[in-house]
Design a protein around this ligand. Structure first.
Ligand SMILES: C[S@@+](CC[C@H](N)C(=O)[O-])C[C@H]1O[C@@H](n2cnc3c(N)ncnc32)[C@H](O)[C@@H]1O
Length: 267
């Protein structure tokens, strides 16, 4: 179900109250992701992967972030792909943050033909994949394991004639939020209980990479080449919260049964 502006206004007011209490650095990203971050937690390695994938499609790729919200992730991608743009259906959201000139207020059905489309977290009940599939040669998408696209859950693109190239797992904002709530915002919780809960942490955000069959080989080898020199020491300051909450780069979570290591790419 798409956002309602009235709900967002209420949330924005709570966000302002929260900031007024001088919270620890970067907590707001994971408590108010729409205003201060993104729905999927990411590190600089993710941005680098996305940029490398785009460059494997075309040296000077066209790139659009569909449903970019206020554009937190898009702004990071533009550091490496300055030509990247975004489209966002709900123009009303820009009362909560300035609309960058590289973001167009438009629905996914108006998605331009591009080398790469990025779709970061459609809300449950929203499914604009067929428009994206028509427009892009390569699709990079993130979605929650809890199910977002209709009753079957996943937001795959195989049914639109794409090949899945690779995937990896990171926490969602909800995973990080739960850890922050236990650690900082539930004072009544005993230390021992906090430790027990931390052991149960999960990571429910998947990144899937798809490409049209004719470029699938190129995209897979582009990602492989990039991963050979991936450098997780190059990072954003907000990654400290992920480390602290037990979502380290290549950290293995005992609660997971597949892809136990966060950020590990599976081909
Ligand atoms: C859950 S938010 C995710 C925002 C951002 N990608 C992120 O991960 O933080 C989904 C966004 O998609 C936008 N959206 C929903 N339906 C859309 C459509 N048909 N075309 C373009 N944007 C759409 C919503 O307005 C919202 O800003």
């Amino acid at each position: 179900m798409p956002f309602k502006l009235g709900d967002l206004r209420q949330a924005f007011s709570a966000y302002q109250d929260f900031l007024g209490k001088n919270p620890p650095a970067h907590h707001s990203r994971y408590i108010f992701p729409f205003f201060a971050g993104s729905y999927f937690a990411y590190r600089k390695v993710d941005v680098r992967r996305v940029a490398a994938l785009a460059k494997s499609v075309n040296e000077n790729p066209s790139y659009v972030d569909v449903g970019c919200g206020l554009g937190d992730f898009l702004a990071r991608v533009r550091e490496f792909l300055p030509q990247a743009t975004g489209i966002e259906k709900e123009g009303g959201i820009f009362e909560f943050g300035k609309k960058p000139d590289y973001v167009q207020v438009a629905g996914a059905e108006q998605c331009p033909a591009v080398d790469v489309a990025f779709v970061g977290w459609m809300e449950p009940g929203t499914d604009f994949r067929r428009h994206v599939a028509k427009a892009a040669k390569c699709v990079i998408t993130t979605f929650d394991a809890g199910g977002q696209c209709g009753i079957n859950g996943g937001c795959e693109y195989d049914e639109f004639g794409f090949e899945q190239i690779a995937w990896w797992r990171t926490p969602s904002w909800i995973d990080v939020n739960a850890e922050l709530m236990n650690r900082y915002y539930t004072p009544s919780l005993a230390a021992e209980k906090k430790e027990q809960l931390a052991k149960l942490r999960g990571a429910h955000n998947f990144w899937y990479v798809y490409a049209r069959p004719e470029i699938a080989g190129r995209v897979a080898s582009g990602l492989e080449t990039h991963l050979a020199t991936e450098n997780a020491k190059e990072r954003y300051d907000f990654e400290s919260v992920l480390d602290e909450c037990g979502f380290g780069y290549m950290e293995e979570l005992s609660t997971l049964t597949t892809a136990k290591k966060l950020w590990e790419v599976i081909f």
